[in-house]
Design a binder for this molecule. Structure first.
Ligand code: NAP
Length: 264
């Protein structure tokens, strides 16, 4: 299948590691130019080198961003657009909020999670949408979580804030659909990245279990029987971002090895 991604310009945040990096890598493989952005510039440099080794003429730009900071987001989108004159694909991604339950979270924790995981998506889209509207073309993909369909225990911030993002993007998808702009939420279940190590460690500490036992228990609950690999997640993202997808928008798609037990 021709995915029609050759020459497309993509901006991916939180792309120095994990799921963001995996999506950027697969887009480079398909012939896209990418800007990868996050806070750690050394890690971005390293990731960019790996991506350039896939294709000798791959255009991989790096940019510092803290997605929770409005000015930082503005600069990122402006610099990327100054360089390319357009942004075809926007992947909104950020680090996850800290684990914990209701009693542990202060107003500051709630505000920080709102800035990091909801307002960052609003701001990135607000800056990029006019560029997509001008070209009557755009694909926006938000990295979400399985928790938007089935809340995960001890992750009250993620469970709450990400549900708001789904509502916002569903609404926006209908507003911009006739302008050639399609929007998706892609929801990982348990894909093996640093974030999953962080969450497994929190569970191990909380339950008094070894990390190995926590992983064994988690994998036993996944019908496919194992954690996913970042590139398995990224390949679905690439399809949704591609020209092969012309009729799906506003959806939340799970990449969870069959973990979600409900039919919707
Ligand atoms: N992996 C899974 O199975 C899974 C499941 C459910 C939800 N998620 C969610 O999916 C997202 C990505 O997860 P992941 O597994 O790829 O995590 P990860 O491996 O820990 O990577 C997180 C990325 O976010 C960047 N980042 C963190 N805070 C940032 C900020 N304020 N501004 C810009 N970049 C920032 C980090 O780079 P720098 O340190 O360089 O900034 C890093 O590149 C997270 O929100 C996570 O909670 C993941």
């Amino acid at each position: 299948m021709d995915l029609g991604l050759q020459g497309k310009k993509a901006l991916i945040t939180a792309a120095s590691s994990g799921l963001g990096k995996a999506i950027a890598t697969e887009l480079v493989r398909e012939g896209c130019s990418v800007t990868i952005a996050s806070r750690n510039v050394d890690a971005l440099e390293k990731a960019a080198e790996e991506m350039r080794s896939i294709r000798s003429n791959a255009e991989v730009l790096i940019h510092h961003v803290n997605v929770a900071d409005v000015e930082s987001v503005r600069q990122l989108v402006k610099t990327t657009n100054d360089k390319w004159g357009r942004i075809d694909l926007l992947i909104t991604n950020a680090g996850g909020p800290p684990p914990g339950g209701f009693d542990q979270m202060t107003d500051d924790d709630w505000h920080r999670a709102f800035e990091l995981n909801l307002l960052s998506v609003v701001r990135l889209i607000r800056e990029t949408l006019p560029l997509m509207r001008k070209n009557k073309y755009g694909r926006i993909l938000n990295v979400s979580s399985m928790s938007v369909k089935e809340p995960i225990s001890n992750l009250i911030l993620s469970n709450s804030i990400r549900a708001g993002v789904v509502g916002m993007l569903k609404t926006l998808a209908a507003e911009v659909a006739k302008e050639g702009i399609l929007i998706h939420n892609l929801a990982p279940g348990r894909i093996a990245t640093d974030r999953i190590v962080q969450l497994d460690k929190a569970s191990a500490d909380r339950l008094g279990l070894s990390m190995e036992k926590v992983r064994e228990n988690q994998e036993a609950a996944i019908p496919i029987g194992r954690y996913g690999n970042p590139n398995e997640f990224a390949k679905v993202a690439v399809f949704l971002l591609s020209e092969a997808n012309t009729y799906m928008t506003g959806e939340t798609t799970m990449v969870d090895g069959g973990s979600l037990r409900s039919v919707y």
